[in-house]
Write a protein that binds this ligand. Structure first.
Ligand code: URA
Length: 254
């Protein structure tokens, strides 16, 4: 039977147990073809686009999650029922520490749970932490491709504007509970903002499955809110290269 949202059935995965999860459906072919020039598209329903890549004797699935925790949790639930037991998110992020440059990579070891979806899987006291094997594997992969990688805690927010304390929104209003939150995350050593890792890590842990995450830094909030499309593209390519390298090693086909 097909899993409803992702429109896939188990047989189509050809035994794949690892999935790379970008947010953006348009990044799916870029990732899948970096693994295997002959990768095939399996399905595209709503934000969930899936391609299967052959890597040596094994297969790796690439499925987009859309933006944010709710759609990520749906993808993970359905992929897990089809036999996926390890998830690798690859995405973009806005750095909040001065020392982090645009174009650098961040390997998320844990995430602040400023999302809502993860609360449906575990109480807030439960930490959102990556699988240590993915963290180590991504660190090695970043070194192999010559990328600068920062490892630490990211802040996963359900919203891009108020949750990440952006005032350049339609109303410009940030509720009291979130005003000053960026300064606090910076003081606590958090590296950046993004929108999926807290859900990814909590859902995976709650299921006894493994999750990791590598992010390309497309802006530094302390310097500028402007994003340069050429820099975004190059940074995405770097994060994808790191994810592909780490996924190959994960499945033992490097
Ligand atoms: N993604 C986010 O969630 N925030 C940013 O600032 C950049 C990318």
């Amino acid at each position: 039977m097909k899993a409803y949202h992702i429109d896939l059935e188990a047989g189509a995965l050809r035994g794949a147990t690892a999935a790379i999860l970008p947010g953006d459906p348009f990044r799916v072919p870029r990732i899948a073809r970096a693994l295997d020039a002959e990768a095939v598209e399996l399905a595209h329903h709503r934000e969930y686009r899936s391609m299967l890549a052959r890597v040596g004797a094994k297969h790796v699935l690439v499925t987009s999650t859309g933006i944010g925790g709710p759609s990520t949790a749906i993808a993970m639930e359905e992929l897990a029922t089809l036999g996926i037991d390890s998830f690798l998110r690859v995405g973009t992020t806005g750095a909040i520490q001065e020392r982090i440059g645009v174009g650098d990579l961040i390997v998320a070891a844990g995430a602040v749970r400023l999302d809502g979806a993860s609360r449906h899987y575990a109480p807030l006291e439960f930490p959102a932490i990556a699988d240590h094997r993915w963290v180590a594997g991504l660190e090695r992969a970043a070194a192999r491709i010559g990328a600068t990688a920062h490892i630490g805690v990211v802040v996963s927010s359900d919203t891009f504007y108020p949750g990440q304390e952006r005032y350049d929104s339609f109303s410009g209003y940030v509720p009291r509970a979130l005003r000053g939150s960026s300064a606090e995350w910076i003081q606590l050593g958090c590296l950046s903002y993004e929108m999926e890792s807290a859900t990814l890590f909590t859902v995976a842990r709650s299921m006894g499955l493994a999750a990791g995450c590598v992010l390309g830094v497309i802006l530094n909030r302390g310097a500028s809110e402007r994003v340069d499309p050429a820099v975004v593209r190059a940074t995405e390519d770097r994060a994808i290269a790191c994810a592909v390298e780490a996924a190959r090693a994960w499945i033992g086909e490097s």
